[in-house]
Write a protein of this length. Structure first.
Length: 369
């Protein structure tokens, strides 16, 4: 079967690499999505192990939709009864891009009606109870081609289960893991985040250092599906736990707000990495390290949501001075939406990578070889 993993724009290559490391077949990327061929066991493996993907979708079919009748007949032809039981709840959501069928609510209604008709015929009932487990139907209509999916994840994969509360404008765990991956951190060098907030970046760094699967402490929609053997989830979890590393790591997070630091410590405990992450109240303008190698990954305030623009620029200037005092072999990744970040920071990036933090267009500024 074809499995599709949506992701933030700019992360397709990282998600592809993750899927290849899991030895998935025929991995191929396109804008905002990565596809592969896999089994029911691979659904569990992907949900448990993916760090940068948004969710795992099972593709059921794809067909042209020049009009609403084609959409209805195409959905009606799919074998919904093979996946959704008589009492299954099957809400519908989706999107349409550059297509004749551009009204998403109208498409939702037609997909729901066609799926209900197919299931009603299969189970011999006019009204379906929808009182059982959830089988979220998703559709994507792109250039007049409709693709139908079942969402195997439920809550997005960024919900790891360790962040009960946030500070200000939070960074999603999937994007935090991507920034850590871009720094090429593997657990051997010191790792620092001078604007740690609620601790998401250092916690994701700790999970990467320990090679701990990020989905082990949460549940997924397909765990409750009748056609998904629960033994597959146990097999995938055992495989993930067998791959964990156990060592000593130098991972540090600092923030000028003591409340944020306290929350970061709490989140680290929930994530089970409190033994390898240190959090301190600290001013990023006074940040310094003397070790020859290290990684610095951070997401400072942008001046759009948390601080006024001038305050953000002053912060970048003072932090830039501290950064230039670091030993030359350090690698740094800084996420910012500020269009004049490099000028304020006082140092042009060696590389830049376009990313999105939610709907906010950003750049990841990479320093060091």
């Amino acid at each position: 079967m074809t499995l599709t993993v949506p992701c933030l724009f700019g992360l397709e290559g990282l998600v592809s690499d993750e899927m290849k490391r899991l030895k998935l077949n025929n991995v191929r990327a396109e804008n905002g999505r990565v596809h592969c061929e896999g089994s029911m066991l691979d659904i569990a493996r992907l949900n448990l192990n993916l760090r940068c993907g948004a969710r795992v979708l099972m593709e059921l079919g794809s067909f042209p939709v020049p009009d609403f009748e084609a959409l209805f007949q195409g959905v009606l032809a799919l074998p919904w009864e093979d996946y959704i039981p008589r009492d299954g709840e099957f809400p519908v959501k989706g999107y349409s891009l550059t297509s004749v069928l551009h009204s998403v609510p109208a498409c939702q209604a037609i997909v729901k009606k066609a799926a209900a008709k197919r299931l009603g015929s299969a189970y011999g009932c006019e009204t379906l109870p929808e009182t059982g487990s959830r089988y979220q139907i998703q559709f994507a209509i792109i250039k007049d081609i409709a693709t139908l999916y079942l969402d195997t994840s439920g809550d997005g994969l960024y919900k790891r289960g360790y962040r009960a509360k946030n500070m200000g404008a939070p960074l999603r765990e999937t994007l935090a893991a991507a920034l850590v991956t871009l720094s090429r951190y593997r657990g051997g060098d010191p790792f620092c985040d001078p604007f740690c907030g609620s601790g998401t970046i250092p916690i994701e760094a700790a999970l990467i250092a320990k090679n701990r699967a990020p989905g082990l402490d949460r549940s997924f929609a397909s765990q409750r599906w009748k056609n998904m053997d629960s033994g597959l989830w146990l097999e995938a979890a055992d495989e993930a736990q067998d791959c964990e590393f156990h060592g000593t790591y130098d991972i540090w997070g600092g923030d000028i707000d003591p409340a944020a630091v306290e929350l970061a410590r709490h989140n680290a405990e929930l994530a089970g990495v409190e033994d390898c992450v240190r959090f301190e109240t600290a001013d990023a303008a006074k940040f310094h390290r003397s070790s020859e190698y290290g990684q610095l990954v951070t997401n400072p305030p942008y001046g759009e949501r948390l601080l006024e623009k001038r305050e953000a620029e002053a912060l970048y200037r003072s932090f830039g001075q501290a950064h230039r005092a670091l030993p030359p072999k350090w690698r740094t990744v800084i996420l910012s939406s500020h269009t004049e970040f490099e000028r304020c920071f006082g140092q042009p990036a060696d590389k830049k990578r376009k990313l999105y933090n939610g709907m906010l267009k950003c750049d990841a500024f990479l320093y060091g070889k």
